[in-house]
Design a protein around this ligand. Structure first.
Ligand SMILES: NC(=O)c1ccc[n+]([C@@H]2O[C@H](COP(=O)([O-])OP(=O)(O)OC[C@H]3O[C@@H](n4cnc5c(N)ncnc54)[C@H](OP(=O)(O)O)[C@@H]3O)[C@@H](O)[C@H]2O)c1
Length: 282
């Protein structure tokens, strides 16, 4: 359930669009922004994800949460979707690019098609929607864009395609933050660590994997969807008014320590410390 640390009227009269808002982290983001008073639009590809979430959140908030289908890889649909949102709500103050996904695979097994699909969703999809919202609303009116990515500081073995896409989003965010600052648009990234979201169950053995991964997190637990949503709420609210082009890591210290990928053990070579001819080993 949503924290009460955010005042209920912080986003009153504002409109927030959350992609991937029908599942996991996206629902938590939609919920917290809704509780802060925003009119919320959630969108993703599948009506079976969006419709029950829109109905459930509408009931919870006591006002309509709009649910629309949109595949962020389909550029024409994305532009039409933004038009549809503006027609229904009149404005878009906050865009949360949370929709995305990938499959886990050793790099040497990723096919061209698999690589292209992950880049198309996570990098190009984020660009396409951000650009459409900017063109149709934010360049004239300002706003906040928050991109949900993943931990990019270290390598992310098993997800070479997605970490490349997300690092691209990080760099794009810093760049657009500068280019679009004069238009009153702020852009930031939130990088979740390992989060106990329903999305985890999409991976084979996801629950067990998540359980084991807790050992490699300094705080020794998974993050919750709400803990990611609260960071987004901060950035969407007036508390984030002077913050742009930054990346916020919500990972219980995961980036700082621990392993996720077993590198095969080999017998280490002898330690080769070369001495000069006039030096003697002590
Ligand atoms: N859970 C974690 O530990 C974790 C960690 C780091 C980053 N993340 C990222 O955080 C975001 C949310 O993840 P989650 O854990 O909540 O997993 P999730 O439930 O699988 O969320 C992904 C969402 O993206 C939507 N989506 C996928 N492809 C799309 C497309 N082409 N167009 C529009 N929407 C699309 C999906 O809905 P449809 O299937 O209906 O399209 C789904 O609602 C994802 O970008 C994920 O990669 C998660």
């Amino acid at each position: 359930m949503t924290s009460s640390v955010f005042q209920p009227d912080l986003l009153a009269n504002q409109v927030a669009v959350v992609t991937g808002g029908g599942t996991g982290i996206g629902i938590a983001i939609a919920r917290v922004l809704g509780h802060m008073g925003a009119t919320v639009v959630i969108a993703s590809r599948k009506a079976k994800n969006i419709e029950p979430a829109a109905a459930g959140l509408s009931e919870e908030l006591g006002r309509e949460v709009i649910g629309l289908t949109c595949d962020i890889r389909d550029r024409e649909r994305v532009r039409a979707f933004v038009g549809e949102v503006l027609e229904r709500t009149g404005r878009i103050d906050v865009l949360v690019n949370n929709g995305g996904g990938q499959f886990m695979a050793p790099a040497e097994t990723i096919s061209d098609r698999g690589w292209d699909a992950v880049i198309a969703t996570n990098l190009t999809g984020t660009w396409t929607l951000s650009r459409a919202v900017a063109d149709q609303w934010m360049l004239a009116n300002g706003g906040a864009i928050i991109n949900i990515t993943m931990l990019t500081q270290r390598g992310f073995p098993g997800m070479a395609h997605s970490v490349a896409a997300r690092a691209g989003v990080d760099a794009m965010t810093r760049t657009l933050a500068v280019e679009w600052a004069p238009y009153g648009i702020r852009l930031n990234c939130v990088e979740p660590g390992i989060i106990a979201s329903s999305g985890m169950l999409n991976y084979p053995g996801g629950r067990e994997l998540a359980y084991e991964m807790q050992r490699e997190i300094p705080m020794k637990r998974l993050g919750s969807c709400d803990e990611v949503a609260w960071q987004v709420a901060f950035l969407a609210s007036p508390a984030g008014a002077y913050t742009t082009g930054q990346t916020f890591i919500v990972d219980g210290g995961r980036t700082l320590w621990g392993n996720t990928w077993a590198i095969p053990e080999t017998e280490p070579p002898p330690v080769d410390i070369r001495l000069e001819p006039w030096q003697e080993e002590r």
